[in-house]
Every structure is written in structure tokens, then in C-alpha cells.
Design a protein around this ligand. Structure first.
Ligand SMILES: Cc1cc2nc3c(=O)[nH]c(=O)nc-3n(C[C@H](O)[C@H](O)[C@H](O)COP(=O)(O)OP(=O)(O)OC[C@H]3O[C@@H](n4cnc5c(N)ncnc54)[C@H](O)[C@@H]3O)c2cc1C
Length: 377
């Protein structure tokens, strides 16, 4: 009896206690931690050796308008709110960013050979109208004065879209937490979550921590982490691969150039993305893969990328592009084309799970931080 009591006291002494534990130091976990730091002490547990080593690094760095999203989706609302917040944040903290705008182009192939593809155009116009997104419909000739490498009949211009340096953005988020009572512990993989009196105990490595509220922002692995608390979610993994256009190709991309979203595809279609450091990316595609770490198997050959963009970028050849990188999206459905974010408070446990945080999670990150902190009451 005495020994048991002694052990229990010792156990309480060595277990560090926080108001909040955030699992995962990607852009979403860090945005949440930054927001929660004004409400109490925060511990961020990250399994990799540094923050932002997964999807938060392997993306296009686009701050989206929401035009591609169903207006009723949570992610559409968070993208609209988040894009304004990210713009202000980048300006305040000198994160490299540029408002480049987006053209979504309609090609001759869309009009004459792909039955039904033009419906995608009217859908975009409708989504822009419903979400109050500023757009302009332009002729192919007008688009060519801005994007001389592109061939199209007409298109939609979305002026407010921005590109950012996503790694600098994450670094600035972490820097901004520097003065708060927030700790980020790396090389700490969370392996257990157990309920205790009015809180949860989280095991990571050989350590155990206690918190009044745990937020699962483990990205691709968030479904697995949720299962540690007996919550059943299932991710489906869709890899997005990128090639990079060689400067010698003579292609310019002053802004983002997207095709009409291919019907029946879970992606937006392979497109051109300029980066803040002066490169031009071609991609991403949307390829179903079996696991959250399958970045490389069965890479899509360059010819497939070329055939996807030939209708609006006819001069590109395989010699003009080289492999760049890939990232993986966690989707919440394998059946329908659209997959929404799930941000769900557990009905009994002090746990919030963030599931299916695929694109536009970078755009939405700061709004997700606000959304989670609003769940505290
Ligand atoms: C190809 C591609 C292109 C994209 N392009 C854009 C874009 O242009 N604009 C946009 O807005 N969004 C884009 N996105 C989406 C965006 O990148 C993601 O939504 C965002 O990065 C998700 O951030 P996260 O913090 O949720 O996940 P992550 O960055 O994956 O972070 C989760 C973290 O949790 C950690 N972790 C996992 N399991 C555990 C555990 N058990 N214990 C501790 N830590 C754990 C991981 O190591 C990781 O660091 C794109 C995504 C992809 C794949």
C-alpha cells in the first residue's frame, strides 16, 4: 500500500503537464500551437528530427482563393479566411511571397474533343460567384499578353492568388512562438493516448505528458494517431508528383496557369506554378498510392506530364523537364471526387482530430488555428 502510494506520487512528479499538447509540427500543428499559446502552455510533439519535414514542405506553396472548392465545404471557408491571414502574416514577418494571380484556361481540346469538359468552366464561374471571389473572364489573346508561352481560347483570371515560400512561412510561425510558453519536442513519436482524470496522457518515446486538451494534427498519420484513442478514421493517399521546367526551355510563367479541372479526377489538373525562388514547377498530378510514405514507387514518366499539358503548352518536350519532388495528400474518401477537412472534437475525450488536411491546408493553416481555438469553450 505504502509502496504503491509512493510510486504514484513519484509518477505524478515526473510527468510534465501542459494545457495543450499538439501532435505534429507541420504548418497546421504549428499554426494551432501559435494560436493556443495565448490560452495556456503548449507542447508540440513531432516524430521527425525537425518540424515541417512532410507535406508542409512538399507542396506548391500556393495561397488559394477557393475557386476550385465546393462553397459549402469547411475547407472552402477556411481557405477564404486563411488566405487573407496568410497574406498579412507574410507581410508582417517578411516571408517571401508574391501575388501572381491564376489563369484557368480553356483550350481548343476542351471545346472540341472532350465532351462535357466545358461544364467545368461554368462550375468554376458559379463557385466564384457563390464565394464572392473576384475573377475576370479573358480572351486567349489577352491571356497571351501576360502568359506568352500559353495557348488557349479563353480563361478565367483570379487576380488575388499568391505564392509563398512555404518553408520560410513555417519557420516564421515557429519564430513567432518563441516568446510564448510553447515547446516543440522533435524525435518524439506519439505511440499512446490514454484518458486520465479531466485530461489525457500522451506517450512519446520513453516520456509521458499530460494535457487538458490534445490536438491531433499528425497530417498523413492523423488517422493512425486517432486510432490510439479508439477513434476510427481512414485516410486514402494520393501522391502529387512534380517536374521542373528547365530555364533553357524558354517557357515563362508569370503567374499560375491551370487547365480546366479534368472531369472525374480528384486533382485540379497538371499546371504551371512559379516559385518564389524563380523556378517553374509542372504538376502535381494525382496518383493513388498505398501508404503515407510512398513518395517514389512507380514514378509517372515525363511523357504523361507532357501529354496532360500539351493542349495549352504545345512547345514543351521531355528534354525541357526534370524530376523535382512529390508530396502526398491524405483524403477522407476514395469514392467521390471531393474530400473535405474533418476537424472533430471527440464527444467524450478532450481530443480534437484533424483528418484529411490536404490542399489547401497551407492556405487554411492560420484559419484552422483560429477554428480550433474557438472549440475551447
Ligand atoms: C502535392 C501537394 C500540393 C499541395 N499544394 C498546396 C498548395 O499549393 N496550397 C495549399 O494551401 N496546400 C497545398 N497542399 C496541402 C498542404 O501542403 C497540406 O494541407 C499541409 O501541409 C498539411 O499540413 P499538416 O501540418 O496538417 O501536415 P504535415 O505537414 O504532414 O505535418 C504533420 C506532422 O505530424 C508529424 N507526425 C505524424 N505522426 C506523428 C506521431 N505519431 N507523433 C508525432 N508526430 C507525428 C509528421 O512528422 C509531420 O511533421 C498540397 C499538398 C500536396 C501533397
Amino acid at each position: 500500500m505504502f509502496t504503491g502510494l509512493y510510486c504514484h506520487c513519484l509518477y505524478l512528479e515526473i510527468m510534465k503537464t501542459y494545457d495543450f499538447i499538439v501532435i505534429g509540427a507541420g504548418v497546421v500543428g504549428c499554426a494551432i500551437a501559435r494560436e493556443l499559446s495565448s490560452h495556456g502552455s503548449v507542447l508540440v510533439l513531432e516524430r521527425r528530427e525537425r518540424p515541417g519535414m512532410e507535406t508542409s514542405r512538399y507542396n506548391s506553396g500556393v495561397i488559394h482563393s477557393g475557386i476550385h472548392l465546393p462553397p459549402s465545404f469547411l475547407k472552402a471557408r477556411l481557405a477564404r479566411e486563411g488566405s487573407a491571414l496568410v497574406r498579412e502574416f507574410c507581410q508582417q514577418f517578411n516571408v517571401p511571397n508574391r501575388e501572381v494571380g491564376m489563369h484557368i484556361v480553356v483550350t481548343a481540346q476542351d471545346c472540341f474533343t472532350q465532351v462535357g469538359q466545358l461544364k467545368q468552366f461554368t462550375k468554376l464561374l458559379q463557385r466564384a460567384r457563390e464565394q464572392d471571389i473576384r475573377i475576370e473572364v479573358k480572351s486567349g489573346r489577352a491571356i497571351r499578353t501576360v502568359e506568352p508561352s500559353v495557348r488557349c481560347l479563353l480563361g478565367v483570371h483570379v487576380p488575388g492568388v499568391r505564392i509563398i515560400d512555404q518553408c520560410a512561412f513555417l519557420a516564421a510561425l515557429i519564430d513567432d512562438m518563441g516568446n510564448s510558453s510553447t515547446t516543440i519536442d522533435c524525435c518524439m513519436e506519439v505511440t499512446a493516448i490514454e484518458p486520465v482524470n479531466s485530461g489525457l496522457v500522451v506517450t512519446a518515446g520513453s516520456s509521458r505528458f499530460r494535457a487538458s486538451l490534445v490536438i491531433n494534427a499528425a497530417g498523413l498519420y492523423a488517422d493512425q494517431v486517432a486510432r490510439l484513442a479508439d477513434v476510427q478514421f481512414q485516410h486514402y493517399y494520393y501522391r502529387g508528383e512534380y517536374y521542373e521546367i528547365e530555364p533553357s526551355a524558354g517557357i515563362t510563367a508569370n503567374g499560375l496557369v491551370y487547365p480546366l479541372p479534368p472531369r472525374h479526377s480528384k486533382g485540379l489538373g497538371i499546371h504551371l506554378t512559379p516559385t518564389t525562388d524563380g523556378r517553374i514547377l509542372l504538376g502535381p498530378n494525382t496518383k493513388r498510392v498505398s501508404g503515407p510514405d510512398d513518395y517514389r514507387s512507380d514514378k509517372t514518366p515525363p511523357e504523361k506530364f507532357l501529354s496532360a499539358v500539351r493542349a495549352f503548352l504545345p512547345s514543351l518536350t521531355t528534354a525541357d523537364i526534370s524530376w523535382a519532388f512529390s508530396g502526398i495528400r491524405p483524403k477522407t474518401t476514395d469514392e467521390s471526387i471531393e474530400s473535405d477537412f474533418v476537424i472533430e472534437k471527440h464527444p467524450e475525450l478532450p481530443l480534437i482530430n484533424l483528418i484529411g488536411i490536404e490542399s489547401p491546408g497551407l492556405t487554411a493553416s492560420l484559419a484552422v488555428g483560429n477554428y480550433v481555438s474557438q472549440q475551447l469553450s
